[in-house]
Design a protein around this ligand. Structure first.
Ligand SMILES: Nc1nc2c(ncn2[C@@H]2O[C@H](COP(=O)(O)OP(=O)(O)O)[C@@H](O)[C@H]2O)c(=O)[nH]1
Ligand SMILES: Nc1ncnc2c1ncn2[C@@H]1O[C@H](COP(=O)(O)OP(=O)(O)O)[C@@H](O)[C@H]1O
Length: 389
């Protein structure tokens, strides 16, 4: 026998709010998902923004309501939806009558990433990720000391395979170099603005590097993954450690210099830093290389001695070779019947079309192969349509 969803909410568009938006007990208790000691109420608006579905939490132990920090871009408000509790602290939300790119969502409420963010932000946190078909390749995290050639290697990849790779544009408080463009190389940001955004939970990770603040916003990763491209992050070792602890299932590459002398020569030849800044970067390089080699974060280490050879090795480890064609990945949404019922059976979700004059088709979502997660997209849902009766 299948299991009914935790709850089903209908006719949200007719002013039926289920008590959402008020910081008291919802009138209809069936509309909350209970996980541990906390109930999650999904509905209404997110902080008064009519474009996003809101989330509220009721803690049974303290009998208190809270509005959590909501990470990631969430679903648009909808006519109705089903919510299903999944293992490992996630809630599946299946929307009714929504566009194919807005029909299936995952709300992380108690995953390692959420627990980490809660500690960091000092408040309740949840994170949305959209469910899509198609098994996109994992994002790529590239770290290494200043001047080792990370930017050069990334530019080569992006130039050769523009439809396959997209760069996650970081935020930084450092001043732009003369050739750098705002929004392309970095989002150059004021420190107070960036600190506020970090507090608001807008960042997947951040770190202080060479005396400046750097960070990857959740939106920067979403922009790339939404376009169907494989996301590349150029971040330092501290940032890589944070990403490793997040739900972003990435591959981690550390680029090493042939020698400290060569690193220094490259930094000087680049001519983008003052002598003082060069000295600071060289001092930090030692510790970074040690951490990169021994931290257990990086499954791949590249030696950038000869640039062409290093680039070839990088392509090989990313599975790109001269024989295989390389394209971007189709990001596929999921088209659901306008009216349907939802049942859960193990890791399959059965979506049965209802209503007169329809074909009563059944869609089966197989959740066993999903990967990735917030922030960004939960990928790889396998979907079968069972013959109409
Ligand atoms: N943690 C973190 N580090 C970043 C981010 N963006 C850049 N970095 C790192 O910050 C360091 C300095 O970057 P940058 O000022 O561009 O100098 P470069 O490494 O000499 O090119 C490098 O190690 C980058 O990998 C980010 O979003 N987060
Ligand atoms: N294998 C290499 N051999 C010689 N010079 C290199 C090599 N790789 C990169 N460079 C040069 O070294 C400098 C630093 O490279 P860059 O990509 O800016 O490093 P990073 O992004 O790691 O700070 C640049 O001037 C670049 O052209």
């Amino acid at each position: 026998m299948g299991e009914a969803p935790a709850f089903f909410v209908d006719h949200l568009e007719n002013g039926y709010t289920n008590g959402f938006g008020v910081k008291s007990e919802p009138k209809n208790r069936d509309t909350s998902v209970l996980i541990g000691d906390r109930s999650f109420v999904i509905g209404g608006n997110h902080e008064g923004n009519p474009l996003f579905l809101g989330v509220q939490i009721h803690d049974k132990v303290t009998n208190k309501w809270s509005s959590p920090s909501v990470l990631g871009t969430g679903p648009k408000p909808c006519k109705g939806y089903s919510a299903i509790v999944l293992p490992k602290g996630r809630i599946l939300v299946i929307k009714k009558g929504s566009a194919s790119d807005d029909s299936i969502w995952f709300l992380e409420v108690d995953t390692p990433f959420i627990r980490e963010q809660k500690k960091l932000l000092g408040r309740e946190v949840v994170a949305w990720s959209k469910g899509v078909r198609g098994n996109a390749e994992k994002p790529i995290v590239i770290s290494g000391p200043s001047g080792v050639g990370k930017g050069t290697l990334i530019s080569m990849l992006m130039k050769e395979f523009p439809s396959m790779f997209g760069f996650s544009v970081s935020h930084t408080t450092r001043a732009p170099r003369c050739m750098e463009k705002n929004g392309v190389h970095y989002h150059f940001t004021d420190k107070t603005v960036m600190e506020k955004e970090i507090k608001d939970g807008k960042f997947l990770e951040f770190a202080s590097v060479h005396g400046n603040l750097y960070g990857t916003s959740i939106e920067s990763v979403e922009v790339v993954t939404d376009s169907g491209k494989r996301c590349i992050l150029d971040i330092d070792v501290q940032g890589a450690r944070s990403v490793k602890a997040s739900s972003l299932d990435a591959i981690f590459i550390f680029v090493c210099p042939p020698s400290m002398k060569e690193l220094e020569d490259r930094l000087r030849a680049r001519g983008t830093e003052t002598e003082e800044q060069i000295q600071k970067r060289l001092r930090n390089a030692d510790a970074e290389i040690k951490a990169g080699k021994s931290s257990g974060i990086f499954e791949h280490k590249l030696y950038n001695d000869n640039l062409e050879e290093c680039y070839k090795t990088l392509k090989n480890l990313l599975g790109i070779n001269d024989l295989a064609p390389v394209n971007g990945v189709e990001v596929e949404g999921i088209n659901l019947p306008k009216e349907h019922t939802v049942t859960k059976m193990d890791d399959k979700i059965l979506i049965q079309e209802t209503g007169e004059g329809t074909k009563n088709k059944m869609i089966v979502l197989d959740l066993s192969s999903i990967n990735g997660g917030a922030p960004g997209r939960t990928r790889g849902i396998v979907l079968d349509t069972v013959k109409s009766s």
